[in-house]
Every structure is written in C-alpha cells, then in structure tokens.
Design a protein around this ligand. Structure first.
Ligand SMILES: *Cc1c(COP(=O)(O)O)cnc(C)c1O
Length: 385
C-alpha cells in the first residue's frame, strides 16, 4: 500500500526502480530482534537476499550479524561496519583468495561444506599463522516442502556434508591444528511456510549435537540457518512475520546444552516485504485470447518469476479502481519468453503510462539484477523520513 504522497513522488521519477519502505524494514527488524532476544538467539542476516547499502545499514544498526556467501559479501559487511566477530562465511565453492581475505578480517566462522575444504582452509590458515573458526554444514536430509529449485537440505543437493561423511570429517579435523571446530550448521531451504519443517530440523540437530559430543567435541554453536518464508499473496495484511512463533519452535524442540549458542541466518523474512519494483506500462496489447501489459521492467530487474516461477503480487497503483476488471499477462521487454511477471492477472483496465507495483520484491530482487540486453542498472528509491 502506498500513501498519496508516495504516489505523487513516484509520478516525477523515471521507471523502473526499486522502492524501499524503510519504516516497514525497521518495524520488521525490531519485531525479529525483540523476539530472538527473548530466547537469547543470535541472528546473522543473509546478505545475499539484499546487499543494498541503505538496507544493510539499517540491519547493522538494529544489531544483527552478517551471513556471507562470497568474499565480496564479507568485504561489504566489513565496509558497512558489521562486527567481524558477528560475520560468518558459507558457500560450497570458496576460493583460496576469498578464504585469505576472510581470515585477514578475522571473521567469526567459516561454514565448511566439504571434507576437502577443511584441509584447504587449514593450509591457508597455517600459511598466514591464523586459527580459523569453523562450523560443519551438514545436510540434515529434511525436506523443506518448498520449490525444488530452492530446497537445499536433501542428500542429493550440492550443499554441505552428508551424515555418512562425518567420521571422515572428524579424522581430518584431528590433523588440522589451524582449525577450531566451534559448531554445526544447517540450512534446509528457502521460503518455508510450514513450521513443522523447522521442528524436524531441530530433532536432527539434537541427534548430531549428541553425536559430536560423543566424539569428544563440545560445540559452542548450533547454527540452524534461515529459510523462513513470507506471504507473497498478502503483503499488506501479512507484512511482518510472526517471529515469536518461529523462534518458539526452536526454543521448544532444540536441546541446547548450557552455554551453547543458537545462531540463525534469516534473509528473506527480514527484507522481502519492504521492497517493491515500480514500473510503467509501455504498451497494452489486446489479443483475441489474451491481453498483454508490456512493462518497462523485466527479468533483468526482477528475475524470480523467470528463474523459479515465483509469484509476486502485481498492482496497478494509478488506475481508477472503478475501472472494469480485465485479465492481463504482465510481461517485460526482454527477449525471452520467460520474461513474464504474471499470467492472467486481474487488474482494473489499464493504459499506457499507468504505474505498476510488483510487491514483496525486497529479497532476491535487486541483487539478482543483470545487464542482459545491455539494460541499465536498476535504481533505488527510499521512503522519506
Ligand atoms: C540463502 C541462505 C540463507 C538465507 O535464506 P532465506 O531463505 O533468505 O532466509 C541462510 N543461510 C544460507 C547458508 C543460505 O545460503
């Protein structure tokens, strides 16, 4: 929902652009932080969901740590001012250069995704006379019941170690004097709306926490990842997640030992609802079977629908709401058939020049923008005040 003032402001701006409602962002952060504080849980925000400077500054200010998946994300987190002791670094393919940089920044933890990576980080750390804190990312084999393209916790996924590799992992660790095992790490997938999935994860984490204890490792950290889903269908009714219920599941089912820390890596749930992609209708094409709205924004600005058939709510924010309802396929200008934001979208009759808002675009939106078709880099606009 956009205020009259905001709409008036939009009229003078060139489209397309991302609009970030910083009030929605702040309210979301406050709600999440106060709920997690209640259970003494730590949160590292997953930068990959949105690494816009303005957004990151708010997140840092609210007291969150940073979860990075590339050397440049680590660098960015440091630049924004995140405390290195609250930065973790995950990813199946960390390059030697990225490992060196992260070591030099003295980050809190590397989330290690293969047995071979243990030896590589150990070698690099030895060379620079450093000790690297690490957590083993384990594939819990929990089905996230989410879209196949964004599930990550099954044995056939490329992420993390499988349980049967753990004895070998422990053997390798014994010979790695420049590593310190501080925890175990999990991440089962993204856009998870069924909280039962997190309960299944807790049960698995407990089992592995015990396994490590039996093998002589007193883990300091249980990192359960992120993945909490948002309501793409009702951005105005369900703007902020029920973080209390989410954390309560972990509080109830996770058996942390005295002194053990619990870490989370939320991305989407913190930033999705504060962002919208705003564009204008370039052309209306009325066909015999279909009507098309051709926007000045496309998959180069918001790739999620083309990449994994994601749903986003689409609104005509300038049409007279008294107009008759018409069904449109809402498409972008890019030369790809998948460049389509929504099929058979019911909107008030629309015309060239009307403004369209594609909602819940704050996560995995701007960060995935590309220069395909030599498109201009999409701009960002922020709420005032
Ligand atoms: C992407 C990712 C996250 C964040 O996932 P969301 O679904 O945005 O909460 C957390 N941890 C890891 C390791 C990730 O790759």
């Amino acid at each position: 929902m956009f205020s009259r003032d905001t709409l008036a402001r939009f009229q003078n701006l060139e489209t397309p652009f991302y609009y970030y409602d910083l009030n929605v962002l702040d309210q979301t952060l406050i709600s999440c932080k106060s709920a997690s504080d209640k259970f003494d849980f730590h949160i590292h925000y997953a930068l990959k969901a949105n690494f816009n400077d303005v957004v990151l500054k708010s997140i840092k200010k609210a007291g969150f740590g940073a979860d990075c998946v590339s050397g440049n994300e680590v660098k960015k987190a440091i630049e924004i001012g995140f405390d290195p002791d609250k930065i973790v670094f995950a990813g199946v393919g960390k390059s030697d250069k990225e490992i060196v940089e992260a070591l030099n920044h003295e980050i809190n933890c590397f989330n290690v995704e293969s047995v071979q990576e243990l030896s590589v980080i150990n070698e690099v750390a030895a060379k620079y006379n450093k000790k690297a804190g690490i957590a083993i990312r384990i594939n819990p084999n929990v089905d996230a019941h989410t879209h196949q393209y964004i599930t990550t916790g099954l044995e056939e996924n490329k992420f993390g170690l499988n349980q049967w590799e753990l004895p070998a992992c422990v053997e390798v660790l014994k010979g790695c004097s420049n590593l310190e095992l501080i925890g175990i790490h999990f991440h089962v997938g993204s856009q998870i709306t069924n909280l039962e999935v997190f309960k299944s994860l807790c049960i698995k984490v407990n089992e592995l926490n015990t396994w490590f204890q039996e093998h002589g490792f007193d883990l300091k950290v249980l990192n359960v990842g992120g993945g909490l889903g948002v309501d793409y269908h009702h951005p105005d009714e369900n703007t902020i997640n029920d973080f209390m219920s989410y954390f309560a599941i972990y509080n109830q089912f996770l058996e942390r030992r005295p002194g053990q820390e619990v870490h989370f890596e939320l991305g989407r749930a913190l930033v999705a609802q504060c962002g919208s992609l705003i564009s204008r209708i370039l052309y209306v094409k009325n066909g015999l079977k279909k009507n098309f709205l051709v926007l000045d924004a496309g998959m180069t600005e918001l790739m999620r629908p083309a990449l994994y058939q994601a749903y986003h709510k689409i609104e005509n924010i300038t049409a007279d709401s008294a107009n008759p309802i018409v069904s449109y396929d809402v498409v972008g200008p890019i030369c790809e058939s998948t460049d389509c934001f929504g099929k058979e979208v019911e909107l008030p009759e629309s015309k060239r020049g009307d403004m369209i808002a594609i909602r819940t675009a704050g996560a995995y939106g701007e960060v995935m923008a590309s220069g395909y078709n030599l498109r201009e880099r999409v701009k960002s606009v922020y709420s005032e005040g």
